[in-house]
Write a protein that binds this ligand. Structure first.
Ligand code: HEM
Length: 414
């Protein structure tokens, strides 16, 4: 039992029994314990839109979760935490501002728009086999390869390495998104082995970029490291790891869960087919309804009052985006998909100083992907014969909410 008097069910927050559908638990928390102390998580769990928004903007809440959490895991796993401690997501100013500044230009809207032809070309290439054969496994055939191909171009790693990078990213993401809540030994061993291999690969790429600079961000960061005392090769490696990961898994989730939501709501799919210029708004609504990153973490650097509770210095706070985005005080009829919903200020990209640096890329890529998918087909249906018994299931990484497969049938456009 938590000290707020919440039901015992709340103590299994983010556990396997919440994987399929966390939203009823979130709804109960928003009403009965919007700022909940969870003893099992050793953290404050925040679920209302206004509170989550306030937490993300509050600079008294630090993003450096590594310093407090790493001692829990023992010396063996030091390399994992050495990497995580250097990424822009885990730093506060001034290091945060420096890193953010270094990657800013690569992800400006105007820079991203230069990739339009490349992204459209990739979409067409990936859709072609499915259009020819009448269907595809959408996640493996489209939603997973598209973002990694795009972000590999931007970072400047060879396209042929993407399958291996994707596998390393799975381990990286498991560590980066869950370490401050819980990771078991098996998970840590897996993360350690994969992240060491990923680090060695990127160290070789940094050496290659130093010898012969290329057009990507990895070369630009390597050049910056060579001229500053504040940045070294491990910073470059750690942040390239972050970008390769942040730039792929989240977008994969958006495309996969987004298409599934549209398949479950054929009236909404029909609206987009009739008026494709509504796709950009639909992307925001799909992110609102199914936020890929369900919760974030912050550490109170001083005592803070929130929702009538006192959060002590050093305590962990978990703002739950997945709950905030379905708060009825912020969104009318929040559990319903409404692709024409106006004035969407949803929180799937976070908010405040750590607002997603890849926001323009993610939006642009998803808009083009859905445009291409809809214009290439007259109809898309779930391939129920290829589905696992019981229907589509979510992958076990709670904090990267994504179906583990999405088989579809496609009728090419006439
Ligand atoms: C649907 C796609 C995406 C979602 C839902 C998403 C979500 C998020 C969220 C919630 C944060 C805030 C983390 C925090 O406050 O602790 C974040 C930060 C970040 N994202 Fe994304 N992201 C997406 C796509 C991308 C892409 C394509 C990139 C490009 C490489 C990217 C790069 C980053 C980076 C570098 C940060 C750290 C920013 C900072 O700490 O200042 N993301 N993202």
């Amino acid at each position: 039992m938590d000290n707020t008097g919440a039901s015992p069910r709340e103590t299994r927050l983010f556990g396997p029994d919440m994987l399929d559908n966390p939203y009823p638990v979130y709804a109960r928390l928003r009403t009965t314990a919007p700022v909940l102390w969870s003893a099992p998580l050793n953290a404050w769990v925040v679920t209302r839109f206004d509170d989550v928004s306030a937490v993300l903007k509050d600079r008294r809440l630090s993003s450096d979760r590594v310093s407090t959490a790493r001692h829990r895991y023992g010396e063996k796993y030091r390399p994992v935490f050495d990497i995580l401690s250097r990424i822009v997501l885990q730093t506060d100013d001034p290091k945060h501002a420096e890193l953010r500044d270094l990657i800013h230009d690569a992800f400006m809207r105007s820079t991203i728009e230069h990739y339009e032809d490349r992204i459209r070309g990739l979409c067409r290439r990936l859709l072609e086999p499915g259009l020819k054969s009448g269907g595809m496994e959408f996640l493996a055939g489209f939603a997973a390869p598209l973002p990694i191909l795009v972000i590999s171009t931007i970072v400047g790693v060879p396209e042929e390495d993407r399958a291996q990078i994707k596998r390393w990213c799975d381990a990286y993401s498991l560590a980066a998104l869950n370490f401050y809540v819980h990771l078991c030994e098996d998970q840590l061993d897996y993360c350690l082995a994969e992240m060491n291999a990923f680090r060695a690969y990127l160290a070789d790429r940094v050496a290659a970029a130093r010898a012969a600079p290329g057009p990507g961000l990895l070369s630009a960061l390597t050049a910056a490291a060579d001229t500053r005392d504040t940045l070294d090769d491990d910073d470059v490696i750690a942040n390239c790891m972050l970008l390769l990961n942040a730039g792929n898994e989240t977008t994969t989730c958006l495309l996969t869960n987004g298409l599934y939501a549209l398949l479950e709501n054929p009236d909404q799919m029909a609206l987009l087919r009739a008026a494709p210029d509504g796709i950009a708004n639909a992307v925001e609504e799909l992110l609102r309804l199914q936020a890929p990153v369900q919760f974030l973490g912050r550490i109170a650097s001083e005592t803070i009052e929130l929702g009538g509770k006192t959060i002590g210095t050093g305590e962990l706070v978990l703002p739950v985006i997945g709950a905030a985005n379905r708060d009825p005080d912020a969104f009318e009829d929040p559990d319903r998909l409404n692709v024409t919903r106006p004035h969407l200020h949803q929180l799937a990209f976070g908010s405040g100083p750590h607002l997603c640096a890849g926001i323009h890329l993610a939006r642009f890529e998803a808009k083009i992907a859905f445009e291409e998918l809809l214009s290439a087909t007259d109809a898309i249906d779930l391939d129920t014969d290829a589905l696992p018994a019981g229907g589509p299931a979510y992958s076990p990484n709670f904090n990267m909410r994504c179906l583990s497969s999405l088989p579809i049938r496609m009728t090419p456009s006439s």
